[in-house]
Design a protein around this ligand. Sequence first.
Ligand code: ADP
Ligand code: MG
Length: 238
Amino acid sequence: MTEMFLTLEGVTAAYSNMEALRRVNVQVEKGKIACLLGSNGAGKSTLIKAILGLVKVVEGRITFDGEDITREKTHRVVRRGISIVPEGKRIFPKMTTIENLRMGAYIEQDEQAIEERLERVFELFPRLEERAHQIAGTMSGGEQSMLSIGRGLMSSPRLMIFDEPSLGLAPILVEQNFETIQRINEEGTTVFLVEQNASLTLEIASYGYVLQKGKVVAEGTAEQLTDSEVIQSAYLKS
Ligand SMILES: Nc1ncnc2c1ncn2[C@@H]1O[C@H](COP(=O)(O)OP(=O)(O)O)[C@@H](O)[C@H]1O
Ligand SMILES: [Mg+2]
């Protein structure tokens, strides 16, 4: 049986009186990788902010794991088990790698649990273990990107949302990130991947949505979207 983990039903969101999302319907199935594709300014980050209670939801409903989370405060949404890896690898540049990772587990009191999660992150990213005591701001872009994903994992989320993890990274690093995202999913975490890079995203996602000017203009399985007119014409040029 398919179980919807995250749903947005008819969600309209606005900045003061500028509507950035218009009656959006999106569903993320438990255990899967779903994706949201769209170019710059389409409203992708706004959709994430709507889930996190960071932008005004004017109408519609958002649920997570069967419960209504519409307009819920950010920290409460996070406590439910949703973790965001934000756009532009936002890390704490003056802290070390390990301090950054521990920040990701700030809700957790159990030191044993934190240690286990650190081990898991270091297993996924051996490079981060080598750089455990390096000041994060002095690391390479690729390493900072790994750190950003690692920090997102430290809360042991049930749903991980990635906001354009390919942004500003060399192709080889993008591929590595996507392999890691796939592995995180295979180990049991549901993933919602928000991206502009349609070709790579559709290789790992099972279902997806295309957002244009705040509206969902196409949806379907990865195969359907890959063959679709909207993706072929606008996103698979590279
Ligand atoms: N804080 C804000 N205040 C007003 N308008 C915003 C704000 N953030 C984004 N927008 C506008 O909302 C639209 C969608 O932006 P965004 O969700 O960031 O798009 P994407 O993440 O797809 O590039 C854009 O027109 C953008 O200019
Ligand atoms: Mg964005």
